[in-house]
Design a protein around this ligand. Structure first.
Ligand SMILES: C[S@@+](CC[C@H](N)C(=O)[O-])C[C@H]1O[C@@H](n2cnc3c(N)ncnc32)[C@H](O)[C@@H]1O
Length: 250
């Protein structure tokens, strides 16, 4: 589904005059995978040593693993993460894997990183077995990557997350899953208590924008932010969607 969305966005266009038959679809998929592997290898061999700027270039420019983020906002979040180096982090909303790779590279070299997504669903959701294989490789030696597929709102998922963390508290929680008001609220209420004092909770899409993109996140953010020390990372208040809200847990 994510691949389909990327294709629709024009990331890989069909050559003029060519129809999208089953054979082309196979070629198309193989071409995607080949490009993804090639650019991944390039990042691992060359970009990895160049720090945050190369990481940003990669996750924002690679169409296969693209993070759905505003460059300046992701850069600011990256600087904060590079300072905090979370040792236990949870992302809700894996999608194309861009923010997961970003998190893995900026977390502690011994971090446990957990990422939750549906098996296929809303907001461009879910990912294929092939992507799962690739995402597992985002972890550096010494890190542990736990990819959990299922509904973040289920009691079972909460237990799976706690088990993945060996019942240790989180340093960082990134909420970018179900964007409906009740959805983001529930993610916050279920997983927020797992974050230690001094830890960070980030929300994506806090800026008002098209309702099918931001859902009820801006409204929930307005309600929750006065209760915490918080920071807003917003490139342009009129950009329509995006924006990152950060809460510091006291
Ligand atoms: C906006 S995308 C995440 C984008 C990604 N973090 C990035 O910036 O590239 C939202 C993701 O949340 C997932 N999602 C929506 N509701 C969910 C739920 N209840 N449990 C788990 N994942 C959910 C969707 O499947 C989708 O992949």
């Amino acid at each position: 589904m994510a691949d389909q969305a990327l294709a629709q966005a024009g990331a890989l266009k069909l050559p003029a005059g060519q129809s999208s038959g089953p054979r082309y679809t196979l070629r198309y998929k193989l071409a995607w995978r080949w490009r993804a592997c090639r650019s991944w290898a390039h990042y691992v061999l060359v970009g990895r040593r160049k720090g945050l700027p190369a990481l940003l270039d990669f996750v924002l420019g690679n169409h296969y693993l693209k993070a759905c983020q505003v460059p300046g906002e992701l850069a600011a979040l990256g600087e904060i993460l590079a300072e905090h180096r979370p040792g236990r982090a949870l992302e809700i909303g894996t999608a194309g894997g861009g923010t997961l790779l970003f998190l893995a590279r900026l977390a502690s070299p011994h971090a446990t990183i957990v990422s939750v997504d549906l098996r296929g669903g809303m907001f461009g959701g879910g990912y294929s077995a092939w992507r799962r294989w690739l995402y597992q490789r985002f972890a550096c030696r010494g890190q542990r990557m736990c990819l959990l597929q299922g509904d973040s709102h289920s009691a079972e998922m909460l237990e799976r997350v706690k088990a993945a963390l060996a019942d240790q508290p989180l340093d960082y929680l990134f909420i970018d899953g179900d964007h409906r008001y009740d959805g983001v609220k529930r993610d916050f209420e279920m997983y927020g208590p797992l974050v230690r004092k001094g830890g960070l909770i980030a929300f994506h899409d806090i800026v008002e924008g098209p309702s099918d993109a931001v859902g009820g996140v801006p409204r929930f953010w307005r309600e929750v932010k006065p209760q915490y020390h918080h920071r807003e990372i917003i490139n342009d208040p009129l950009q329509g969607g995006f924006g990152i809200g950060l809460l510091c847990v006291e």
